[in-house]
Write a protein that binds this ligand. Structure first.
Ligand code: NZQ
Ligand code: ZN
Length: 390
């Protein structure tokens, strides 16, 4: 196990009707004015936004708001938010939504006290040294941004989708997780979220670091639970127990607990981010296409951990031929994704002829000559994986 620092100060408030506590929580964390950030309208239609505003009013907290954050959030919305936040003098960003909304709120929080261009943080030109506080009312378990210090934004002009890790400054001070808020999710979005949280665990599980038994077993346990609860929620989207387990799983999958002490991989995410940047597909659906291809490649090049996953999570019987076990894992994973209503190839994703040379070029321009750690991907390897996804 490698040395590590794990800092996760977020207060999680979980359960039915917990959004009513948002005002008292914001006051507790010292907010004097709140800026609410939300998406394309689901929080308005469900009445959640009104309940949040009422709770802030009851706590005597003034607020301003910015809606219209789109999935795969963009830099231009962040600039708009930074301007509004400065004009209004808000000091706590309250994200009401999913990963796209939370990541936009985080970018604004880092950008407001910074004199330069907030994009500097995403391209490694500057480090975040201070940020406004961020808080969350989560509406979709998926990105895990409610418990992470990460944010992912796309620059419209260059179609660069870049992630920033600033756990010391951008982890939310509190996150409200009410599973009932996820009843209104379309089945496709539920499935995308399930896929995303599974892959957040894969990225940590696929490591060459030895003596990480705790992480391995946590990853396998959470993955087994996600698959089980996914079947339940597919059968009955109003199943509170299944929704609750999935909501907590999305947080556990990505707040770092499952990967402490491991060298993490993240190749699948980087491969996917180029796809959603270029074709604006849902991140979870993009992963459902990329990951089986990545795994097929690993069956040939480095099957050990894939075979372990196959046996411990997907009930593939142990045998001497690890490649066979790994390939069986791919086919069970695809079967599961298909059952959930996810695409497992570019074609099924609606991209008949992806521009693979462009994807490879952008990937390695943005992420360096070698991508990932489980097997370090050269441009030739990346190209092979994109082709396996056709
Ligand atoms: O915009 P609205 O109208 O709210 O609709 C959203 C959106 O269309 C809808 N939705 C959310 N909650 C709903 C709902 N519809 C009905 N009922 C509800 N309760 O779902 C759609 C997707 O929302 P979005 O926020 O985009 O989903 P997600 O949480 O999957 O976030 C995806 C973004 O997060 C990034 C992804 O790349 C992508 O840009 N990621 C962020 C990470 C992080 N910050 O740590 C890590 C991830 O790996 C990921 O890359
Ligand atoms: Zn993800």
């Amino acid at each position: 196990m490698n040395n590590f620092t794990f800092y996760s100060p977020t207060e999680f408030v979980f359960g039915k009707e917990t959004e009513k506590q948002v005002g008292t929580l914001a006051a507790k964390y010292g907010a004097s004015k709140v800026m609410i950030v939300y998406g394309g309208g689901s929080a308005v239609r469900s009445g959640l936004l009104n309940r949040v505003k009422n709770a802030l009013r009851e706590a005597g907290l003034p607020f301003c708001e910015m809606g219209g954050v789109q999935p795969n959030p963009i830099d231009t919305k962040v600039y708009e938010g930074i301007d509004l936040c400065r004009r209004e003098g808000a000091d706590l960003l309250l994200a009401v939504g999913g990963g796209s909304v939370i990541d936009t709120a985080k970018a604004i929080a880092a950008g407001v006290p910074y004199e330069g261009d907030f994009w500097d943080f995403y391209i490694g030109k500057a480090q975040v040294t201070q940020a406004l506080k961020v808080a969350v009312v989560l509406t979709i378990p998926a990105a895990g941004s409610e418990g992470s210090g990460n944010t992912v934004i796309t620059k419209v002009e260059t179609l660069q989708k870049m992630s920033l890790r600033a756990p010391m400054h951008l982890r939310p001070v509190f996150s409200i997780l009410n599973p009932e808020l996820t009843y209104t999710l379309p089945p496709f979005q539920t499935a995308c979220g399930i896929c995303d949280m599974m892959i957040h665990i894969f990225e940590r599980y696929f490591t060459n670091t030895t003596d990480v038994e705790i992480s391995d077993r946590m990853c396998e346990g959470v993955l087994t639970a996600i698959v089980k609860e996914a079947y339940r929620v597919k059968q009955n989207p109003q199943d509170y127990g299944a929704r609750a387990n999935l909501m907590w799983a999305g947080m556990v999958a990505h707040n770092g607990t499952c990967g402490v002490g491991c060298e993490e991989d993240w190749a699948s995410h980087f491969l996917e981010h180029e796809v959603s940047a270029l074709y604006n597909v849902a991140h979870g659906a993009g992963l459902a296409v990329i990951v089986p291809a990545w795994m097929t490649f690993m069956a040939e090049h480095h099957p050990r951990k894939v075979a372990q996953l196959a046996n411990r999570v997907f009930s593939v019987p142990e045998e001497e031929n690890l490649q066979e076990m790994a390939l069986a894992c791919v086919s069970r994973l695809k079967h599961f994704f298909r059952y959930m209503g996810l695409p497992v190839s570019f074609k099924e994703l609606g991209i008949e002829h992806p521009d693979i040379p462009l994807l490879v070029r952008k990937l390695h321009e943005n992420k360096g000559p070698l991508v990932g750690n489980y097997v370090k991907l050269t441009p030739a390897y990346s190209e092979e994986i994109y082709r396996l996804a056709l």
